[in-house]
Design a protein. Sequence first.
Length: 608
Amino acid sequence: MKISPTRTGAIALAALLLAGVGLPALGAAQQQDRPESLLPEGFGDTPTPAPAPAPAATRAPEQQTPAPGGETPAAPLPGDAAGGNASIGNESAAVDEDASTTDFSQYDLPEIARHSLARVGANSLGSPAFPARAFGHADGRFLSTLMRRLDAPVASRWASIALRRALMSPVNTPRNVNGADFAAERAWLLLRMGEPIAARGVVQDVDVENYTPKLYQMTMQVALANADPGGLCPIADPAAKALPFRAWPLARAMCAALAGQPKHASELFDAAQRGNDPNDIDYLVAGKVLGIGAQAQRSVTIQWQAVSQLTAWRWGLAIAAGEDVPESLYDTVGPQVRYWKALSPMVPAIQRVASAERAAAQGVFSNAGLVDLYSEIEESGESAASAEVAVARDLRTASSDGQQENRVKALQSLWGQAQDGRALYGRMVLTAYAAAGIAPSQASAAEADRILGSMLTAGYVNQAMGWRPYVQRGTDAWMLVAIADPSAGARVASGDFDAYRNNAGGRKAQLAFAGLAGLGKFDAASARSAASALDVAIGAQNNWTRAIDKAARDGDSGSVALLAAVGMQSQRWGQVTPEALFHIVTAFRAVGMDNYARLIAAEAVTRG
C-alpha cells in the first residue's frame, strides 16, 4: 500500500493511534491525568509524577455556526520539564509559604462572568472561528493523543493556518477529557507550530480555579514562548503549591519584583536559589527579570559562552529582560523558536525579519505582517546600507513603481536572493501583495509561474484568474490557474493535463493530479486514467484515510484540519505523498473549506 503520512514509520504510528479510537488501548485514560511535560520540540520532555485526577468537564450543547471558509490568512532535559529549564530540578524550594499575600476572594467574578470548561478558545480578529462542534463526537482522549504526538511544524503553510484556527477557536470540549487539559494539549501543539500568541488566547480562556497540573505546566510554556513572565503571575502561587518544581518559586519571585515588591522578591529568589550555583544561567536569567522590577537592586550580567543548549526558560526570560540570545543557540532547538522570535515585539525589527520570513513560509506570519516589518525597518533610518533596508526598498519598488517592468525586475531581485526552496517561499509570501498588483500581460508571462505562486500564498484568487488568457498551456502558471479557479463545475481536459504532465515531470505531475482530483476537476474516466498513468493510488485506504474521510463525511472541520496535519508531518513537501494530498484536499472541500482546499493544492504545485 502506497498511502502513508510523510515520514518513514509515521504511518505505523498513525495507524496504531487510529485503530484504537475511543478504546482503552490508547492508554489515554491514564495519560490524561498525568501532567505531561509540555516542552516544545527541541526542548525535550520528561514525565512527572501523576497528581490526583481532575473531574471531567461536561460538554456544551451542540450549536451550529457557519462553516469556515476563505482565506484569513529532542533530547530529554534533566530536572524540571515544566519550567522549560535544564537545570532547575523537581526538588521543592525552601520558600516561606506564610509570606503576606493579598486576599482576592472578595473580588471573585460573578457566575455570569466565569468561563465554562465546556467550551474553551479565543476569537481572532479578522479570522472566522471554526464551529463550536468542529471536533464533532470524537473521543477527547483520541484527539489529545493525536495532538500530543503530532510532529510539528508540518509541511504546508495553508494546512498550518487551518490547524491554528481550529486549535484556537472556541470549540466544545470533547467527551472523556477535562476541558482544561484539552486546552493544554491544544496550546502545546500551537507552541510546537510556532504560534505562541494563539496558544496564549487558549489558556487565558480558562479561569484559574479550573486549572489542572497539565494546564499549569502549559501556561508556563506559553508565557515563556511569548517572553512574558508577567503571564505567570495570576497562577504562580497556586502552581507553586500544586507542583514540586523549582521554576514556580522563581516565578513567584519574578512576579513580586514586577509588582514593585523588591524586598519580598529578593527573599523569594534567595530561598529558591539556596543550595544551587548562583552563576547558573537559569538563575541568572531569572535574576535579570527581577532587575526589571521597581526599585530592584540586582545587577546581572549574562555570559552565553558556556551555554550549549537553549531552553524555553532561557529564551523567554532573556528576551523579556532585553538580552540578545546568540544566533548559534537557535540551532540547538526546533525551528518554532525562531517563529517565536519573529512574533516577539521585544526584539528589534531588523533582528527578527529573517526569522519572520521563515515564519511566513510556515503560515505563522502573514504577508501583511511581513510587509509592515520591512516598512518599519525602512522608516527607522537605522543601518541605511543594510541588506534588510535594500529588501524594503525593492519591495516598495515592486509594489508601487509606475513602470510595470521595474516592478517585475524588483520581484525577480527579491526572489533571486533566496538561498533555498523554503527561503524562496518565504520571499513569495513577502511579495504576494506586490505580485497581485502586476497587471496580467503577455510581456510578464515569462515570470507568471512565480507571480501566480506568490499571490496565491496570500489567497489572491481573483487576481490570479485574470492571468488565464496569458498563461501557457503545460506550465506551472497554467496549472495554478486551473487549481485556483473557484468556478463551480470547472474541469480540466485530459489533453490539457497530459501537456502539463509531459512538461512538469513525475513528482510535480502527481501532486498536481492529486490536487485536481481532490477538487473534483476531472471526470471519473479521466481521473482513473491519469491515476493509472501516474501510479497514484487514490482509491487505496488505510486507517488514516478512513479517519479523515469519516471526519469529512461527518462535517467535523476541526478533526479534518488535525488529521490533515497528521498526513503532512514533515517540514518538506518532498515527503508529502500525492495520495495523502488527495484525501486532504477532498476532506477540506467536504467540510465547506473550499478555499483552503484550492490553496493547499496550489501550494503543492509551487513547492512540490
